[in-house]
Design a protein around this ligand. Structure first.
Ligand code: ZN
Length: 176
């Protein structure tokens, strides 16, 4: 990942936004959602949306089970959070996600006015926060969520992913 100064400013009262000391707890919630996604054959990526110290929505990736190319964990969690709060602006919310968001999900976080995005593992191929693009720092965006990388669970997150892909490969070779 490239190292560049972070930018973006929260629009909300900082008291409602998750603090670094919250990261372990909420990243574990996101990881649990990721594990559940693997049960229905989806790449195990999970997300949780947090407001004022509480989870308001959580979701795992559902692209395969729903046959929906947009059913990434972050997009589903953003929709559910908006529904449960009764508003589309999530400017007092933090999005936790196990893997660095893609361009669609980073865009959705901008559109939802998410205050902060926290991710647990970089995605060198498609990550649009740091790895291949820096959408959350783009000066042309009308809103710039803050973001941070929380690396302490990276090993666990990547292990869940590599076990999933290994199982898929085994399944494919048995089918041949
Ligand atoms: Zn995505």
């Amino acid at each position: 990942m490239k190292e560049r100064p972070r930018s973006g400013a929260p629009f909300a009262d900082p008291a409602t936004i998750a603090r670094p000391s919250d990261d372990d707890r909420f990243m574990r919630e996101a990881l649990e959602e990721g594990r559940l996604a693997a049960d229905h054959g989806d790449v195990p990526i999970g997300a949780a949306i947090v407001r004022d110290g509480a989870v308001v929505a959580r979701a795992g990736n559902r692209r395969e089970v729903d046959a929906d190319p947009t059913a990434h964990a972050e997009v589903i969690a953003i929709r559910e959070a908006a529904r449960s709060l009764g508003r589309w602006r999530l400017s007092d919310c933090t999005l936790y996600v196990t893997v660095e968001p893609c361009a669609m999900c980073a865009g959705a976080a901008v559109l939802a006015r998410v205050a902060l995005v926290v991710f647990g593992a970089p995605d060198e191929k498609a990550g649009a926060v740091r790895s291949v693009a820096e959408l959350l720092d783009a000066t042309w965006m009308n809103h710039r969520p803050r973001w941070r990388f929380y690396p302490q669970l990276r090993g666990e997150i990547e292990q869940v992913l590599s076990e999933f892909f290994a199982t898929q490969r085994r399944g494919r070779s048995e089918a041949d």
